[in-house]
Design a protein around this ligand. Structure first.
Ligand SMILES: Nc1ncnc2c1ncn2[C@@H]1O[C@H](COP(=O)(O)OP(=O)(O)OP(=O)(O)O)[C@@H](O)[C@H]1O
Length: 460
């Protein structure tokens, strides 16, 4: 293993005896020590060398005890190298000045005359701190690089329908701003993808994109998950933990399934968005937050505001710009492009010689209603590719789609028109659950928003 580089230390003191004694003591630790009597040379030395630690006298002239000169040189050092680790040497009994030096950015202080062991322990602790500063800096840089790679590797957004062209135009316009964006659309329509595209095209793209599924965050863990906590804030808080909002600082915070938040949590979220600062659980310190907020939901937020289940003030805060992603069945012209794209991807992934879709297969894909939208199409193609034993996928390869339709359990004397079947299945499910929307949607395997839309469409 390579030997660790020698630590470089600079001592600045106008007393030659002090310099000499300190130099001897520190050299015995295996450190590389430079000494300087004239503080005016500090700027030159600090800008030319990378010192791990600087030991600086507070009072350079015998007759002064104010420490004023020491403060000035401390400020100069920190101006040149804000990460510098500076330890002040101060006269015994002048602790007040030393404390002020800490406030001004010094890492620690030692009292003159010093005890050798104590002095060495103080310097060792400070050097450790310098190392951790370096590690943090390295990690931050690595993180920026990785974020860049992840962003570039992201899948592209396909589709030339008028609806998708409009979405693309909105993304281009909004990405350049810091406006909050609300993305609406059924499950699997590409809401998360749109959020990532906005981030990728924004000036925040080198910073993190942090997605939080609000539907998956429990009421009790909400604050700890979003705001973080300090060790001991509650029984299970074994160590300090940074929250998702803080993680997103400088970047984009994507809150998915925002419609699932309870009213109590909506109030907490609103406060954070208004104040733009958070406090970790168990801490008294406020942390300023700079994030671009993007929210998404498949629930009808505007209707929920009318019902009183979603706060109007929160909606106004998050929906500066709204982007609606129509369901796949309303943009069937995008289906061939998407299907062929997924076919190529999965053929490559599973090393299958599947090359194309037959005209009949495409017809099946275009007439199916895709309640799970693009995600369902993606899975359907994946399944067909895995099962395929020919170069071309035919309508037989998608027979499972018809089987999955709700008609399977209905009596055989019903018409074989998909829309009619869907209408009857919904009517039957509504009756079974006495009009309860949540339970009916659950039984049908679709979202509440999707159910509302169908009720309206079929006039039920
Ligand atoms: N226009 C598109 N072009 C290519 N792939 C897409 C497109 N839209 C969505 N996808 C793909 O479909 C899948 C579902 O998309 P995404 O997760 O963004 O949907 P969502 O609306 O956020 O879903 P949910 O509401 O369930 O969270 C992803 O794999 C995504 O990459």
């Amino acid at each position: 293993m390579a030997q660790a580089a020698k630590k470089k230390i600079l001592i600045v003191d106008d007393n030659e005896d002090v310099l000499w004694a300190l130099k001897m003591l520190l050299k015995r630790q295996g450190w590389e020590v430079s000494t300087e009597q004239d503080p005016r040379r500090i700027p030159f030395l600090v800008s030319q060398h990378a010192f791990d630690l600087i030991l600086l006298d507070m009072n350079f002239r015998e007759d002064t005890t104010s420490g004023k000169e020491g403060f000035e040189w401390l400020a100069k050092i920190l101006e040149i190298d804000p990460q510098a680790v500076v330890i002040m040497i101060t006269a015994y009994g002048d602790v007040d000045t030393a404390v002020q030096a800490l406030k001004a950015g010094a890492t620690d202080f030692v009292l003159k005359p010093w005890e050798n062991e104590k002095l060495i322990a103080t310097l060792q602790a400070a050097l450790k701190l310098r190392d951790s500063y370096r590690k943090v800096e390295q990690l931050e840089r690595k993180n920026e690089q990785l974020t860049g790679i992840i962003n570039r590797a992201e899948v592209e957004m396909l589709g030339n329908s008028a609806a998708m062209q409009k979405v693309r135009m909105l993304i281009d316009k909004v990405a350049a701003t810091d406006a909050n964006v609300l993305i609406l659309g059924e499950n699997g329509t590409g809401k998360q993808l749109v959020a990532k595209m906005i981030h990728r095209q924004s000036r925040r793209s080198a910073k993190p994109f942090i997605g939080v599924d609000m539907g998956a965050v429990s009421e009790t863990l909400f604050e700890s998950e979003l705001f973080g906590h300090k060790k001991g804030a509650f029984t299970d808080a074994k160590q300090d933990r940074i929250g998702q909002i803080e993680l997103a600082h400088g970047g984009t915070l994507f809150l998915d399934e925002i419609g699932n938040l309870s009213l109590a949590l909506q109030a907490k979220l609103l406060t954070v968005l208004q104040d733009r600062r958070i406090r970790r659980l168990g801490s008294n310190d406020w942390i300023d937050i700079d994030v671009r907020l993007i929210c998404a939901t498949n629930m009808p937020l505007h209707e929920m505001v009318k019902e009183g289940t979603f706060r109007q003030d929160l909606l106004y805060r998050i929906n500066t710009v709204e982007i609606y992603l129509p369901p796949l069945r309303e943009r069937i012209e995008d289906i061939p492009l998407l299907a062929e794209h997924f076919l190529r991807r999965f053929a490559q992934k599973y090393r299958k010689e599947v090359r194309q879709l037959s005209a009949e297969a495409l017809k099946v894909l275009k007439t199916y209603s895709w309640p799970g939208n693009i995600r369902e199409l993606e899975h359907a193609i994946e399944r067909a590719v895995i099962m395929a034993d020919k170069h071309t996928l035919t309508n037989d390869d998608f027979a499972f789609l018809q089987k999955a339709a709700p008609s399977a359990k209905l009596p055989t004397d019903l018409p074989l028109n998909l829309e009619e079947l869907e209408k009857q299945a919904i009517a039957q499910a509504l009756k079974k659950h006495q009009g309860n929307i949540s339970q009916t949607a659950k039984e049908l395997g679709i979202t509440r928003a999707a159910l509302y839309r169908r009720i309206e469409k079929y006039g039920l």
